[in-house]
Write a protein that binds this ligand. Structure first.
Ligand code: BGP
Length: 483
C-alpha cells in the first residue's frame, strides 16, 4: 500500500524505550534504587504493588529488563539493520546520582552512557534522550517526598546539567519529564508515584499535591531548558529541549453541547502542562479552579519569570488511544479522568482495553499546533499485544502492522496535508521491553522479539517479527511504502 506521502528529508524514523524497562543491571556499577526497582510485576487485571524496600524473592521485572545493559552492542546492530535513524531512551538518574542527592556523580554510570551513545552513533543512529522517565531515585521519594519538595528541583537540575554537559556534543534532542500529563489519572499505581515520586499522601490532599509537585517539575523543566541553551552555546552544539506529553484526545461522548463543553475542559485539564511548557503561563481557568478548591500552591514570582522566559523548543508526545467524556452537571467542569470517561462505539480496543484510534493522531497534531505553534516529535506510538513465537522462530504480527499502517498514514496526512512540522516518529518500543503499567513482558510492542516471559524465564534470544521487515520498508521509502 502506497501512502501517497513521503516525509521531508532528514525525518527521524526510529524507535523509543526507557532505561528502566530494558537495561536490567539494576544494582550494577554503583546504580541506586529507583522507583521502578520497588515495583512488583502485575498484569492486566492486577495492579503493580509498590514495596517499601526491595523484598527478597519478589518478582521485580525492571531489575532484569531485557539485559540491554550488556546486550546493547548486538541490539544496535539489529536496529541498524532495521534502518533506524534515531533511538530514544532515558538516562537512568540512579546510575548517575544513585540516591539523587549526592554531591558528585557516579563516573561508572556516566561512562556507561558514553559508551552506549557512541555505539549508537557508530551505527548511524541518532540518540534522543529523556531525562526523567518514571525513574526517580527511591531515596528522594522516601527522604524528601519526591517532587512535593522544592529541594528536588535542584537535584533534578543538577542531574540534568551533568548529563547534558557530558553528552551535549553528541545528543541534540532532550526531553524533561516523560508523560507529565498522566497525573490527572487516578489509576493504580498512581502516576503521581511513577512521575513525581509522591508516595504516602492522604487521599483528600492528593489533587493539591499533584498540582504542587507538577509546578515544581515545570520549574525544573524550564531551568533545565535554560541551562541546556547555555551549555549549547559553550559547546558550540545544537541542543533542543522538549516537553513530553501523553496525548490522549478526549472527545465528547455525543453532540450534546454540555458533553462538548466537558470535553473541552477535559483537554484543558490534561494539557495545561503543555500550556505552561510551551505558552509560558498557567491558564486563567486553572487559577480560578485552584481558588475554588481552596488550594494554596507555592508559586513564586521568580518561578513565574523562569517559566515565562524558558519555554520548550519542541513538543514531544506519545500517542496510543483516545477517550470520550460526558457532562457531569458540575458548573466548574471538574474532570475526573477515571470516573468521567467512557468508550467510543466507533473504536476497537487492544487486549488491554486501549482504544485504537488512528484518526485521532491527526486530530491531536492539529489541536496542539493551533494551541502551541511548536514543532512536534512523536516519541511513542505502538500496539501492545501477545505475540506467538512459532516452532520455526517466526512472529506473525500482522495486527501490529495494521495498527502502524493506519497511524503512520494519519501522521503523514498531518504533515503533508496540514503542514505540521514534525521532527520524527519513534514508535514504542522497537525491541520488546517490560511494560511500564503492568510490569509484564508478554505485553509486547517491539519489531524485535525477546524470548523472555513475565518471570524472566527464557533464552533472552532476539528474533525478527514480521513487522521488522515491514518497518524496514517504511523507513527506506521515507514513509511512502506502508506495505
Ligand atoms: C507510556 C510510557 C512507556 C511505555 C508505554 C506503553 O505510557 O511512557 O514507558 O511503557 O506507555 O505502556 P505500557 O508499557 O504500560 O503498555
Amino acid at each position: 500500500m502506497s501512502s501517497g506521502y513521503k516525509m521531508p528529508d532528514g525525518f527521524l524514523w526510529g524507535s523509543a524505550v526507557a532505561a528502566h524497562q530494558l537495561e536490567g543491571a539494576w544494582d550494577v556499577d554503583g546504580k541506586g534504587v529507583s522507583i521502578a526497582d520497588v515495583m512488583l510485576a502485575g498484569n492486566k487485571d492486577t495492579p503493580r504493588v509498590v514495596t517499601d524496600t526491595v523484598e527478597p524473592g519478589g518478582n521485580y521485572p525492571n531489575h532484569r529488563g531485557i539485559d540491554f545493559y550488556h546486550t546493547y552492542p548486538q541490539d544496535f546492530k539489529m536496529m541498524k539493520e532495521l534502518g533506524l535513524k534515531a533511538f530514544r531512551t532515558s538516562i537512568a538518574w540512579t546510575r548517575i546520582f544513585p540516591n539523587g542527592d549526592e554531591a558528585e556523580p557516579n563516573e561508572a554510570g556516566l561512562q556507561f552512557y558514553d559508551n552506549m551513545i557512541d555505539e549508537m552513533l557508530a551505527n548511524d543512529i541518532e540518540p534522543v534522550i529523556t531525562l526523567s522517565h518514571f525513574e526517580i531515585p527511591y531515596h528522594l521519594v522516601t527522604e524528601y517526598g519526591g517532587f512535593s519538595n522544592r529541594k528536588v528541583i535542584d537535584f533534578f537540575v543538577k542531574f540534568s546539567d551533568t548529563v547534558i554537559r557530558r553528552y551535549g556534543d553528541r545528543v541534540k534532542y532532550w526531553m524533561t519529564f516523560n508523560e507529565i500529563t498522566n497525573q490527572t489519572a487516578w489509576m493504580d499505581p498512581h502516576p503521581m508515584l511513577q512521575n513525581s515520586g509522591l508516595k504516602d499522601y492522604k487521599e483528600d490532599e492528593a489533587q493539591e499535591l499533584m498540582y504542587q509537585a507538577s509546578h515544581y517539575e515545570l520549574v525544573a523543566s524550564a531551568l533545565v531548558t535554560k541551562h541546556a541553551h547555555e551549555i549549547a552555546a559553550e559547546l558550540h552544539a545544537d541542543i533542543q529541549v522538549g516537553c513530553m506529553l501523553s496525548m490522549n484526545p478526549v472527545y465528547p461522548a455525543s453532540t450534546k453541547p454540555e458533553d462538548i463543553l466537558m470535553a473541552q475542559r477535559a483537554m484543558q485539564t490534561r494539557y495545561y502542562w503543555g500550556d505552561v511548557h510551551a505558552n509560558s503561563h498557567y491558564p486563567n481557568w486553572l487559577k480560578n479552579f485552584w481558588q475554588h478548591k481552596g488550594f494554596h500552591l507555592d508559586i513564586t514570582k521568580e518561578d513565574e519569570t523562569i517559566l515565562a522566559e524558558n519555554t520548550v523548543d519542541y513538543v514531544a508526545f506519545s500517542y496510543y488511544m483516545s477517550w470520550t467524556v460526558s457532562d457531569t452537571g458540575d458548573e466548574w467542569l471538574e474532570y475526573n479522568e477515571d470516573e468521567n470517561h467512557g468508550d467510543n462505539p466507533f473504536l476497537e480496543k487492544s487486549d488491554w482495553g486501549w482504544q485504537i484510534d488512528p484518526v485521532g493522531i491527526r486530530w491531536a497534531m492539529n489541536w496542539m499546533w493551533d494551541r502551541w505553534h511548536k514543532p512536534m516529535f512523536i516519541v511513542e506510538n505502538g500496539f501492545g499485544a501477545y505475540d506467538k513465537l512459532t516452532e520455526d522462530n517466526q512472529i506473525h504480527d500482522d495486527y501490529r502492522i495494521s495498527y502502524f499502517q493506519r497511524h503512520i498514514k494519519a501522521m503523514e496526512q498531518a504533515v503533508a496535508l496540514d503542514g505540521i512540522p514534525l521532527y520524527g516518529y519513534l514508535p514504542w518500543s522497537g525491541i520488546d521491553v517490560v511494560s511500564a503499567s503492568t510490569g509484564e513482558m508478554l505485553k509486547r510492542y517491539g519489531f524485535i522479539y525477546v524470548d523472555l516471559d513475565d518471570m524472566g524465564e527464557g533464552t533472552g534470544k532476539r528474533y525478527y517479527k514480521d513487522s521488522f521487515k515491514w518497518y524496514q520498508k517504511v523507513i527506506s521509502s521515507n514513509g511512502a511504502d506502508l506495505g
